[in-house]
Design a protein around this ligand. Structure first.
Ligand code: DGP
Length: 111
């Protein structure tokens, strides 16, 4: 079965898109854990950080840079970016994504 995030990239599955360019798409999480909860993903299917290749370095940097762009666009100064890599770390969709969370106080350490 095809990856759900690849379907979102192809607009076969609907999502509320917050940002898009030729390499990246960012959309609201279906199951928000904060008032603002956006997923930032590469359009290229890369399963996780542990599966990425050296050729992906630029795109990985772009994910973080997109977080900055989104923060500026939404006037957000404080936020958290989370990447779950692997099942035991909480990854449930195997297409790299950064969770962009904002709008509430964040605890540390994470659970
Ligand atoms: P993770 O557990 O770190 O792999 O995060 C996956 C996130 O993806 C989770 O917070 C819920 C979200 N998600 C799963 N399916 C969909 C979907 O079809 N649409 C949207 N917008 N988000 C989804």
């Amino acid at each position: 079965m095809e990856c759900i995030f690849c379907k979102i990239v192809k607009k076969e599955v609907k999502s509320k898109i917050i940002y898009e360019d030729e390499d990246i798409i960012a959309f609201n999480d279906l199951n928000p854990q904060a008032p603002t909860h956006i997923l930032i993903i590469p359009k290229k299917h890369i399963e996780s950080i542990i599966n990425c290749k050296e050729e992906d370095v630029e795109i990985l940097g772009k994910l973080a840079y997109t977080a900055k762009k989104i923060a500026e666009k939404l006037n957000i100064t404080d936020f958290r970016i989370v990447n779950n890599c692997g099942k035991k770390a909480g990854q449930s969709v195997f297409h790299i994504h950064y969770h962009f969370l904002a709008g509430r106080r964040m605890g540390w350490p994470p659970g």
